[in-house]
Design a protein around this ligand. Structure first.
Ligand SMILES: NC(=O)c1ccc[n+]([C@@H]2O[C@H](COP(=O)([O-])OP(=O)(O)OC[C@H]3O[C@@H](n4cnc5c(N)ncnc54)[C@H](OP(=O)(O)O)[C@@H]3O)[C@@H](O)[C@H]2O)c1
Length: 329
């Protein structure tokens, strides 16, 4: 089938609130450049990072089609993509940019074929979040059976997956979540203790649960609102992994605050762990195995239509969502 020249897409031309997300029906379909493939997106992931690019917290080119991941079908191959072995018609999942559109040109380096037996929705609901979780629990801090872990926003897209992976490793998981419904969901995933950090004194509770010793590692994607408490909750010689800014970025941290307990801190990003194709394969193969074996369940909050993207961002930023938000271009 010939490719269309225009498509539906959500475009951001200036930074701001959800209102800067413009739904358009006349956005050009570009042909893939060298080492790129063109994918017709079937379902895309909506991630918190999309709100950072929209708001200007993270820089990105403008105009920009947001959306860092999608699943779909290869419809055209750029030059010098032979070594990747893709063919037109392959069902693939990718990391890149352009998920908020019907078509995306993405680097073949960041495209992976999907194994049979996984639905589009389950695969995309776990892809970027799941790769992040695996890199964080294997490399940023290597979680071991018996480790005590504090995980914030445990009912979120990444949090739900991390709770299950941590339990699979055999860690003692203390999750935090906002509100009784979210707390119940995280408990149902097997977390050992779940605290409603919007209504409870979570720092005091973590200290009590750990006999005032603190936890081996804190995974904190909330950022500004939890950073001080996370420092209080980590044990002597423990580690804090700050990997997100859902409540805002962490203010500058005087390093001497780490000295009394000899705390280690990390501020990782997924892309730094998967710069080579081998690294991407390593984590995506492990993730697909988790999903196919049924050990990892995903929770899809809602699948939005492309012209409903403003509502999706509003829902995500107002803490109304549990699990992953998806977009059907
Ligand atoms: N470093 C990386 O490579 C990487 C990769 C993927 C994701 N991340 C980070 O991981 C985090 C989770 O991403 P996600 O897409 O799965 O989002 P999410 O966790 O589904 O949504 C964010 C959650 O953060 C909590 N939160 C706490 N304070 C908040 C506030 N003031 N405003 C909004 N939310 C607040 C809310 O849960 P409660 O209602 O339970 O508080 C909310 O549901 C994000 O910070 C993201 O940037 C980082």
């Amino acid at each position: 089938m010939p490719l269309p020249s225009i498509q539906k897409a959500v475009v951001v031309e200036k930074v701001g609130g959800p209102e800067v997300l413009q739904y358009r029906t006349d956005y050009p379909v570009l042909l893939p450049k060298e080492t790129q493939v063109l994918v017709k997106n079937a379902v895309s992931g909506i991630n918190y990072i999309d709100t950072y690019f929209r708001s200007g917290l993270y820089p990105c080119a403008k105009p920009e089609v947001l959306g860092r991941e999608a699943i779909g079908t290869v419809v055209a191959l750029g030059e010098n993509t032979e070594k990747y072995g893709f063919r037109v018609g392959d069902r693939v999942i990718w990391l890149g940019t352009g998920g908020y559109a019907e078509y995306a040109c993405v680097s073949a380096e960041r495209v992976v074929k999907l194994p049979v037996g996984l639905s589009d929705e389950i695969a995309i609901a776990s892809f970027m979040s799941g790769l992040t979780v695996l890199a964080l629990v294997r490399e940023t801090y290597n979680v071991k059976s018996g480790d005590k872990v504090l995980l914030h926003a445990a009912a979120g897209g990444a949090g739900i997956l991390m709770t299950q992976v941590l339990k699979d490793i055999g860690a003692y998981v203390i999750g935090t979540a906002g509100g009784p419904e979210k707390v119940a969901l995280v408990k149902s995933l097997g977390a050992d203790h779940v605290i409603d950090y919007r209504s409870e004194d979570w720092v005091r509770i973590v200290k009590r649960i750990t006999d005032n010793q603190g936890v081996d590692v804190v995974y904190d994607s909330v950022g500004r609102d939890t950073c001080e408490g996370s420092l209080e909750c980590v044990k002597r010689k423990g580690t804090i992994v700050w990997f997100g800014n859902s409540s805002g970025p962490i203010p500058p941290l005087p390093l001497n605050l780490l000295s009394p307990k000899a705390v280690k801190i990390a501020r990782p990003t997924l892309l730094a762990y998967i710069t080579t194709r081998e690294e991407l394969r390593l984590y995506s193969d492990e993730l697909f195995q988790f999903l196919i074996s049924g050990k990892l369940k995903v929770n899809i909050h809602h699948i939005y239509k492309l012209d409903d993207i403003q509502q999706a961002h509003k829902d995500l930023e107002s803490r109304k969502t549990m699990g992953k938000l998806l977009l059907r271009p």
